[in-house]
Design a binder for this molecule. Structure first.
Ligand code: ZN
Length: 360
């Protein structure tokens, strides 16, 4: 038996307003005045002076605004890398992602692809990355994905939706400033928060569970319940707590795995472009047979906050399209094994997956 030697984020700052420490944190990491810091920022913040105006640009530092409307793609990672290499004489001093899970994943992937040859699609999988990336910093502006602590960067490529999962992937520095989440739209706040809730349920009910994962998962679940059940609306306390719930949820799955909702939501996302948070909600909403207590509680939270969870998004799909989703989903073996044990293939047949997708 071999146990995972899991890399953790070595440095983290937590606190309202801590974003203002960015300059003092990164300055010592600047290699020269020709080696810029490149910021990958959600384009919803374009023109938002409260946030963008506080980015400490110097020399040739550059902001790339990126849309989070679609899940991160290998083709865009390669394109950003190529643009950066052709624009600057030196490799950047660092890549800084500011936004939700998509921006954090882009930042991690671009940092790795600046030092690893070829296309990011070549590195989708486990431990394929050969060289350490450039210094990279993650600054979440919405809470729940756990990307700020994870050793992966989930990308949609030409043939698969899979992360660059490696020891080089985690951020060198994370800045957790809950105040940055204050303007997240309510639906987005909920869908992304539920990503965290679902991480906890899938981890805590999985066969991979161990004391490490359980300790983080239970704390995260408690925090999710404080935020989504005990409180009627968002306040500063719930912003702080959801940010830490995300962190703990990410730590929980780091040492276990996610489960059925994620395995199915990856299929939705690959075929239909459904974003991760809402895709998990759409899937989890129909998974009562696997997660009976979790789904009941989820539905309570949906009702309480009056959130719309889409249904019947698979209604008009063809057989071929269902098969594409089923292929993607069945490929995620560790997720199924965590959810249902070594004999998962006895219950999760193509027919069974088809019938579940038809409910979504
Ligand atoms: Zn997730």
């Amino acid at each position: 038996m071999s146990f995972k030697n899991f890399p953790m984020v070595p440095r983290v700052v937590f606190g309202r307003g801590s974003f203002d420490q960015l300059e003092e944190i990164i300055s010592p990491k600047r290699k020269s005045d020709k080696a810029p810091f490149v910021y990958i920022v959600d384009d919803v913040f374009e023109g938002n002076n409260w946030l963008v105006g506080r980015i400490p640009l110097q020399y040739d530092d550059k902001i790339i605004f990126v849309s989070a409307k679609e899940e991160p793609k290998t083709i865009l990672v390669d394109q950003f890398r190529d643009e950066i290499i052709s624009e600057f004489d030196e490799i950047p001093s660092g890549i800084i992602g500011i936004g939700g899970g998509a921006m954090l994943d882009y930042a991690k992937a671009v940092a790795l692809m600046l030092t690893n040859p070829g296309s990011s699609a070549d590195y989708q999988g486990w431990d394929l990355v050969k060289y350490e990336g450039v210094y990279h910093v993650g600054i979440p502006t919405i809470s729940g994905t756990g990307s700020e602590v994870s050793r992966t960067t989930v990308l949609t490529g030409p043939v698969r939706k899979l992360g660059m999962n490696s020891d080089y992937t985690p951020f060198d520095q994370v800045i957790l400033d809950p105040e940055l989440t204050k303007d997240a739209p309510k639906n987005q706040w909920f869908y992304t928060g539920m990503d965290c809730y679902i991480h906890c349920i899938e981890s805590l009910t999985g066969t991979y569970l161990n004391a490490f994962s359980q300790s983080y998962g239970e704390k995260s679940l408690d925090l999710c319940r404080e935020v989504f059940i005990e409180k009627d609306s968002v306040d500063e306390d719930s912003q702080d707590k959801l940010m830490m719930a995300s962190w703990h949820g990410g730590m929980s799955i780091a040492y276990s795995q996610v489960g059925v909702a994620h395995a199915m939501s990856y299929g939705l996302s690959y075929l239909l472009g459904t974003k991760h948070g809402i895709g998990n909600c759409i899937a989890f909403n129909q998974l009562q047979e696997f997660y009976p207590d979790g789904v009941i509680e989820f539905k309570e939270m949906v009702m309480k906050h009056q959130i719309h969870i889409p249904e019947n998004i698979c209604k008009n799909l063809t057989d071929k399209e269902f098969d594409i989703m089923i292929d993607i989903s069945l490929g995620l073996v560790p997720l199924w094994e965590n959810a249902l044990g070594k004999d998962w293939e006895k219950t999760i047949t193509r027919k069974k997956l088809r019938s579940l997708y038809e409910l979504m």
